[in-house]
Design a protein around this ligand. Structure first.
Ligand code: TYD
Ligand code: MG
Length: 454
């Protein structure tokens, strides 16, 4: 048999090289290449056109069985999943360390176990005592979960193969798992991929839902190969600022449901509490008008969430390079908006430091936030507060036009519900909502005029 050729796999993006390099040629990360041994090399049997079993073709219009779903007992978790756990599905849950993944899963596991389901929770990171302590804190010490501390996938699958099939298997985390059929330390691409493959196969064959916890690297990707995301049915990300209370569970991929629904939680002393009505959560609720603050009616799936965007502009005396610092929004988006404000509206930010913050630890991803950010920036620059109880939304183009965004009416209705009386946005004639005076701003210079007018 031919000697397997050496190959090196980037631990960040999964790309394959045939020699070791300091920098990955694909994703440009440094020191991420490590040797990967192909599991088997077939030198013969190259011809795949014979010797296989016949596959069975089915009709597309065959009667479909409605998806069975199991509630996790947490409505916000179910919502992000698209209606509950689907038996036999594999879910990858990513998130920063300490954000609350283990807490969320233990709570869901306890609810399911109390409802009579057989739940297996395998922790590769914590000793049973630690998990028990967490369960006690959550008030779930007596939930009949099968808990184990293990890292060997063979041990786990052998044990589960002998026992009854669980309804849910939680692996916390996939990076700690190890398979003795694969070379390499736990956490390497080949180990992560190989362990996930075996666990997913077990889940599919036994109709058991599987949750794999995945660590997240500093740039926000799930550590190890991106291939993991292709292998599972659902990819979820648990987000939030650790210093803030609020957590958002987002599904980034879902073979069984929509991907734009979120679950909102608050981390409290007794675990994660569900926030059923998050729309006013990220507002500061102050009564005094402040320059540099604008409220944006964001949309999360079908749910509106009002968030406050805060800008601070500090004029520099010296010729030092001014800082641009953003929390909760994209840096590149801010740079673009500043450039548009400079070139289309004649404003000058080049000698000023610009700080932008989205309140409550919320992360804006809705493109309709542009107008609110622009309003906050102009208001901060002019030191003129925006009208009280006003909401701002619209996408800004490079030409300085204010473009329409989806569900204007929904955004306005939620703003009206929370006592907002004015809204500024793109020219859309049909989205009028009673109780809100709507003003359209077709181009950015009109925004500047409006803010200057006070
Ligand atoms: P954890 O679930 O261990 O995070 P992850 O598995 O994502 O790394 O949660 C860690 C944080 O949550 C920890 O800093 C303490 C906090 N926490 C609470 O505030 N209340 C609680 O009831 C629990 C269990 C944790
Ligand atoms: Mg954990």
């Amino acid at each position: 048999m031919a000697k397997p050729k050496k190959r090196f796999v980037c631990q960040a993006c999964g790309s394959v090289s045939h020699r070791w390099q300091g920098q990955c040629p694909d994703c440009a990360e440094w020191n991420t290449l490590s040797e990967d041994v192909p599991a088997t090399v077939f030198s013969q049997k190259h011809d795949l056109s014979s010797g296989g079993r016949p596959i069975e073709f089915v009709k597309l219009d065959a009667p479909s069985v409605p998806l069975e779903r199991r509630s996790t007992g947490l409505a916000e978790f179910d919502r992000a999943l698209g209606g509950g756990l689907v038996p036999g599905s594999a879910i990858l849950m990513g998130g920063d360390p300490g954000i609350g993944k283990s807490t969320l899963l233990l709570q869901a596991a306890a609810n399911l176990a109390r409802a009579g389901q057989d739940i297996v929770y395998v922790s590769g990171e914590e000793a049973p005592g630690q998990v028990r302590m967490r369960a006690k804190r959550l008030g779930h010490a007596d939930a009949p979960i099968r808990l184990a501390s293990a890292t060997g996938v063979r041990d786990i699958l052998t044990t589960l193969g002998k026992d009854a099939r669980p309804a849910l298997l939680i692996i916390d985390s996939i990076q700690t798992m190890h398979s003795d059929t694969i070379e390499g330390a736990p956490g390497t691409v080949s180990q992560v991929r190989g362990c996930a493959f075996e666990l997913i196969r077990y889940a599919k064959e036994n109709g058991c839902a599987l949750v794999l916890v995945g660590h997240v690297t500093k740039d926000g990707n799930i550590a190890g190969p991106r291939v993991l995301e292709h292998m599972v049915d659902v990819v979820m990300s648990f987000e939030g600022e650790r210093s803030h209370q609020f957590r958002i569970l987002r599904s980034l991929k879902n073979r069984f449901g929509a991907v734009d629904e979120i679950g909102v939680f608050a981390m409290a002393a007794k675990g994660l509490e569900e926030v059923a009505n998050p729309s006013s959560l990220f507002l500061t609720g102050r009564d005094e008008p402040v320059a540099g603050s604008a409220v944006f009616p964001a949309l999360e799936g079908t749910r509106p969430v009002l968030v406050e965007v805060q800008a601070l502009i500090v004029r520099l005396q010296s010729g030092a390079t001014p800082r641009r610092s953003v929390v909760g929004w994209e840096n590149s988006r801010l740079a673009m908006l500043l450039a548009v404000l400079e070139s289309r509206c004649g404003l000058n930010f080049s000698t000023a430091e610009v700080y932008l913050n989205v309140s409550g630890g919320y992360r804006l991803s809705d493109p309709g936030a542009d107008l609110a950010v622009a309003a906050a920036l102009v208001s901060a620059l002019a030191d003129k507060p925006l009208p009280m109880r006003s909401a701002w939304f619209g996408e800004v183009s490079l030409a300085g036009e204010v473009r329409p965004v989806s569900h204007g009416g929904l955004r306005l209705r939620e703003a009206a519900k929370l006592g907002f009386t004015q809204a500024f946005g793109p020219e859309e004639a049909d989205d009028r909502v009673s109780g809100i005076a709507y003003q359209s701003l077709s181009i950015l210079p009109k925004l500047v005029d409006r803010v200057m007018a006070g």
